[in-house]
Each structure stands twice: as structure tokens, then as C-alpha cells.
Design a protein around this ligand. Structure first.
Ligand code: AHR
Length: 497
């Protein structure tokens, strides 16, 4: 049978929230320090201590929001250690991540400065696990109160008179695990208490995000929605794609087809998690007021040999590109409920956009997927019907194709596609319903080997290329796509609308 896709170009009703394309930066390994922060005296070109090359590269993704300071680090972070003159800031031990000394040189002011440089909305995750209600409440006052107030006055003495805009605030992280090992009933009550003092000062309206479930923990979602749903704007979900088991996850670069298959099969579980958590949310919140915020997702492999096991530094291959493309297509399809997501993590940690080595920087295949997929940000999601043959490995199967389409403000239609089968090229016959397309253009990213990745010696081993002859043919209402094995692609249809 032929693979067929129908794009219902006249039936879109939902907007794909740009925040689905969000990022996460934790005080972990070389993400904040070296990845973003090099200090004002560094030889690496920087703006007020923040490296310019990384900011410029991320700006090309239209990065909508940045989550900080953790992760697990967040529930041990005491924000007052990270404000005021840097030489006077207290040092702490980062117990979660390598037990390294954290000198707190990157704190609240530096984070907001980074967000302003990126043009990204700040998303702060507050400390419930080891912090107090007062500490959380004063952090919000410090950031957003116009003054006079004790915290606003302190902020002004530290060099920032005007309040910042703080649109997103998380009340704890993984409170079922590193954030305090709480039961859902206990956390639900704690959430209600802490969030009470996360105030809206002046014109700053905070979107409050409760800590949500780990992967398939549906009881957590049930209890949180029942006991605290009315007090939250968003409920999070964390899910990492691991080909093996936690103790032996598998190498980021040395893998066979069985591990490639297992990785994509696991990544596709995101669909089921969103449907089932979303189903529970629907019972308590049928109007979908509360957003599902997938604020940690991505691949998690064994660290690169020879690197600190606590730093979670991993390489990033064509396989990661497929995981990113498949996941973003799933988020788009559920954009009525999934209104924000944050891949873990932006630089040098887990499924990163960017890897650095001192002054050197490379872009990963995952970066390129975010760049290709950014066309969907803020566009209207178009309902699809996809019939896909299977990509089978041994006795297991996953769909060979995944697709997502949207219509932007100028009437252009964007289509992102993943072709998972690594053994053969294939054709997807696409019918464009409800629109007349005048032309098609596009880009494809693929490579001969599944483990192709960019290195500091070969930074362009994997990057999108223009279409080759015959890869996209537009004839009337029919668009015929022929994609290489294991590839991701973006197509734009000009409609003249
Ligand atoms: O992203 C790495 C860690 O994974 C985060 O700190 C934590 O929230 C999760 O377990």
C-alpha cells in the first residue's frame, strides 16, 4: 500500500503555542557555567559575562522561553545566595550534579539578562523541597514588585530598579523524587500553600505550574487535578527517552539498529502519556483551562566516555534528530492541551542544542530540528489523516512516518515529516484538501549512518540541505514526497492566500 497523508487545510482551529518549543537550563555540568556563563573577564566574547556565540545561535531558534535553575538543583537552590556583588556570594555544593562547588555567580540578575539577550520568556522553578514559603514568596517579590518594598528595594540596590516580567513560575520540581520524595496527596497540599504566596505584583501575571507526573504515573495526575487543579494554570509532565535501563542506558553514538528502534519506540510513548494524562485532566477540566506542560523531555544516554558521570554530557546524532522531530510532531497534534514544553537541556547536557569545548561551539542535529520546526510556532495546527506503513524490527513495529502541518499568518502551509525506516527510502503521497498550493520548497536532514554527529573537528557532518530533484513534486492537489531512509524534513507550500 502507498503511504498517504491528507492535510485538511481548511479545518484548523487550534494555535500551536510557541512555548511548546521551549528550553531548559539547569546548574548541571557545563550547561550554565561555560555553556552560557563565562564571566565578564573571559577571553570568550561575551556580553556582561554571557557568551555571544551561544546566544546568537539560540536566537535563530526563536527560543520562546527558558526554564531555570533546575531540575533537581532547583529544590536545593536558595536564590538569596545568587544576588548582590558576585565576589561576596556564598558558595554551595551542587550535591545532585557531581558535588562540584557552585559559586552562585550566575543568579537571578544574570538569568533575566540572559533571557533578555535571547528574547525568551523567563520560567523560574521555585524551591519547595528544601525552601520555605517565605523564600519563594520573596523571590517573586524581588523579581516583580514595582516598589517600594523590602525586596524591590534590595533589587534596586543590586542594580535593577525596574521589575522584570516573570510570566511562568513552577512550584517545585519532581516533588515525587529529588524534589522531596512526596506523596501526591502531600504535595497537592504543599502546592496549594506555596502557590498562595506566589503573588501577581503590579501588572505581572504569573502562570503557576504545579509539579506533575513522572512518565506513566497517572495516580499523581489524578490526585493533583482532584485536590489542587483549581489553583494551577499548568501541570507538568517529565518523560525521558532511554533505549536501555537507567543503570545502562546505552551509548549516545555507538548503537545498533535494535537500539535505534528501541529509542524511537520509547520516544513515541509520549503520545500515550499525553493522551492518558490529558484524559484524566479532561475529567476535572473539560474546558482545558489547565495546560499540560512537558517541561523535561528528550534522550538520556550514558555520558560520553571520560566525562564526569554527574555532568550528563552526551553526543547527539541523527537518532536524536528523529526523536526531536517525532516528539515535536506529537506536541503539535495535542496543542489544545500541551501549551508549553522544555527539552532537556539547552547546552552541554542531555539532548542539547549546542555543545561547547572552551571557546569552540557546535550545533547538534537536535538544534537543526528545532530550527526546521520553528515554522509551526504560533501557527494554526491543521488536522491530518496519515496512513503509514510500519517500520518493523524483529517482531516489533512503529509507524514509518510522522507528520505535522500548520498554516501561518501569511497563509503558507508548513509540513514537518519524519521518516523512521533506516533501510529504505519511501514515498508519501499527500493530498492537500481545502487549499490551492502554488509552489513547494523544503529542506531535508539525513546521513548514511544513523550515528552521524557533529564534532569540533567536523561541525557540519549533519545539517539540513536543500531538496534534491524529485524529492517533492507538486501536481494540483497532490504533493508527492520521496524521503531518504532515516530522515527529517520541512516543506513550505506557498498558497498566495
Ligand atoms: O534534566 C536532568 C534531571 O532530570 C533534572 O534535574 C531532573 O528534574 C530530572 O530528573
Amino acid at each position: 500500500m502507498t503511504n498517504t497523508l491528507t492535510i485538511n487545510a481548511d479545518q484548523g482551529t487550534q494555535t500551536i503555542d510557541p512555548h511548546i518549543y521551549g528550553h531548559f537550563a539547569e546548574h548541571l555540568g557545563r550547561c550554565i557555567y561555560e555553556g552560557f556563563w563565562v564571566g565578564e573577564d573571559s577571553d570568550i566574547p561575551n556580553t556582561r559575562g554571557i557568551r555571544n556565540d551561544v546566544v546568537e545561535a539560540l536566537k535563530r531558534l526563536n527560543i520562546p522561553n527558558l526554564r531555570w535553575p533546575g531540575g533537581c538543583f532547583g529544590d536545593e537552590y536558595h536564590w538569596k545566595d545568587g544576588v548582590g556583588p558576585r565576589e561576596g556570594r556564598a558558595s554551595i555544593v551542587n550535591t545532585h550534579w557531581g558535588s562540584v562547588t557552585e559559586n552562585n555567580h550566575f543568579g537571578t540578575h544574570e538569568f533575566f539578562d540572559l533571557c533578555e539577550l535571547l528574547g525568551a520568556a523567563p520560567y523560574i522553578c521555585g524551591n519547595v523541597g528544601s525552601g520555605t514559603v517565605q523564600e519563594m514568596s520573596e523571590w517573586v517579590e524581588y523579581c516583580t514588585h514595582t516598589g517600594p518594598s523590602p525586596m524591590a528595594d534590595w533589587r534596586a540596590r543590586n542594580g535593577r530598579k525596574e521589575p522584570w516580567e516573570l510570566p511562568f513560575f513552577g512550584v517545585g520540581n519532581e516533588s515525587w523524587g529529588c524534589g522531596g520524595n512526596m506523596r501526591p496527596e502531600y504535595y497537592a497540599d504543599e502546592y496549594r500553600r506555596y502557590q498562595t504566596y506566589v503573588r501577581h505584583y503590579g501588572g505581572n501575571k504569573i502562570f503557576k505550574i504545579a509539579c506533575g507526573a513522572n512518565s506513566a504515573d497517572y495516580e499523581w495526575t489524578e490526585v493533583l487535578m482532584r485536590r489542587a487543579g483549581g489553583h494551577m494554570d499548568g501541570l507538568s509532565l517529565h518523560f525521558y527517552t532511554i533505549p536501555g535501563v537507567w543503570k545502562k542506558k546505552g551509548s549516545a553514538t555507538q548503537f545498533d539498529q535494535a537500539e535505534y528502534f528501541a529509542t524511537l519506540q520509547n520516544a513515541l510513548k509520549m503520545e500515550e502519556f499525553i493522551q492518558r494524562h490529558g484524559g484524566i485532566m479532561d475529567r476535572y477540566d473539560p474546558k482545558k483551562r489547565v495546560a499540560l506542560i512537558v517541561d523535561e523531555w528528550g534522550t538520556w544516554f550514558d555520558v560520553e566516555p571520560g566525562t564526569n558521570p554527574g555532568f550528563l554530557y552526551q553526543q547527539n546524532t541523527l537518532r536524536d534528530a528523529l526523536v526531536a522531530g517525532l516528539t515535536l510532531n506529537i506536541f503539535n497534534a495535542h496543542c489544545d492541551r500541551v501549551r508549553m514544553a522544555n527539552i532537556a537541556q539547552t547546552v552541554n547536557v542531555l539532548q542539547a542544542m549546542i555543545l561547547t569545548d572552551g571557546a569552540k561551539m557546535i550545533l547538534t542535529p537536535t538544534y537543526h530540528v528545532f530550527e526546521m520546526w520553528k515554522v509551526h510556532q504560533g501557527a494554526t495546527m491543521l488536522p491530518l489523516h496519515l496512513w503509514s506503513e510500519d517500520y518493523a524490527h524483529e517482531d516489533k513495529q512503529i509507524p514509518a512516518w510522522s507528520a505535522s502541518a500548520s498554516k501561518d499568518g501569511a497563509g503558507r502551509i508548513h509540513l514537518t515529516v519524519c521518516h523512521t525506516n533506516p533501510s529504505q527510502s519511501a514515498t508519501l503521497s499527500t493530498q492537500l484538501r481545502g487549499v490551492k498550493a502554488a509552489s513547494v520548497s523544503g529542506r531535508i536532514m539525513t546521513a548514511d549512518a544513523l550515528n552521524t554527529h557533529n564534532t569540533f573537528d567536523n561541525a557540519e557532518a549533519l545539517a539540513p540541505r536543500e531538496l534534491n530533484e524529485g524529492e517533492a513534486r507538486l501536481e494540483g492537489e497532490r504533493l508527492t514526497l520521496t524521503l531518504p531512509p532515516a530522515s527529517v524534513a520541512v516543506f513550505t507550500l506557498e498558497t498566495g492566500a
